[in-house]
Design a protein around this ligand. Structure first.
Ligand code: SF4
Length: 228
């Protein structure tokens, strides 16, 4: 039921649902690395010029760190991200012929690439099974009672058990969209949520306004749903 409702609200395949602009797996990998601690909108402002200057792994691998840092500065943590991009691009050139690998094990061995980023690339760029778990996915999954775990790897495991592999990527992207638009961290908008009638956290996550002098106590679902 949750999956069907989310699909109704957010139709499309993984590539259509992904908010990071990209034209190929390399660009998606770069954009996903830049999206750490940054909005997709801000990443999308930076990447057109970045991809114009460095359209391939070989060209990015040969970039000057100072120029790269300046280009990606608006995304924050630009020195760390620059080092990740350079390391990733050099590893692509030296170990993968300049191409983005299509296997999780190979992706997570690239500098700056964790399991979440690897799963984004697998599911969106290659249409392969992959369920990225970011802070939105974890929070919304816990509020919906789909997982009780805090650890992203365990949330991923719980969600993967619910669906066939070909639906993992779209579920993740739809939970992200719901988490950004409706099931936001501080004050979830349960009144606007298409899942309110089946969500075990709905009444707890959106309590009626407190009477003066009373302090409502959040229930276990709401506590579990708080961001780390
Ligand atoms: S009903 Fe409320 S807590 Fe449940 S998923 Fe929707 S917004 Fe989140």
């Amino acid at each position: 039921m949750v999956v069907e409702r989310l699909a109704e609200r957010y139709p499309g395949d993984a590539d259509e649902l992904c908010a990071l602009r990209h034209r190929n797996p390399f660009e998606l990998l770069v954009a996903t690395i830049l999206s750490a601690q940054c909005t997709d909108e801000r990443v999308n402002l930076v990447t057109p010029e970045l991809f114009r200057r460095f359209p391939t792994a070989a060209e990015l691998a040969a970039a000057q760190a100072a120029e790269l840092e300046e280009l990606i500065r608006p995304t924050g943590f630009f020195r760390t991200k620059s080092a990740s991009l350079l390391g990733m691009a050099r590893a692509l050139v030296e170990e993968h012929g300049g191409e983005v690998p299509k296997e999780l094990d190979a992706l997570v061995r690239l500098p700056g690439v964790g399991r979440k980023t690897a799963n984004v690339v697998l599911s969106v760029a290659f249409g392969k099974p992959g369920l990225p778990v970011d802070t939105h996915v974890g929070r919304v999954a816990r509020r919906l009672g789909l997982s009780a775990e805090e650890d992203p790897d365990k949330v991923e495991r719980d969600l993967c058990e619910l669906l066939p592999p070909e639906e993992w990527g779209t579920l993740s992207l739809r939970l992200i969209l719901l988490g950004r638009e409706v099931c936001v961290a501080r004050r979830p908008r349960c009144g606007e949520c298409p899942l309110a009638d089946i969500c075990p956290s709905a009444s707890v996550a959106a309590p009626p306004p407190a009477r003066r002098g009373t302090t409502p106590r959040p229930g276990p679902r709401a506590r579990a749903g708080r961001q780390r």
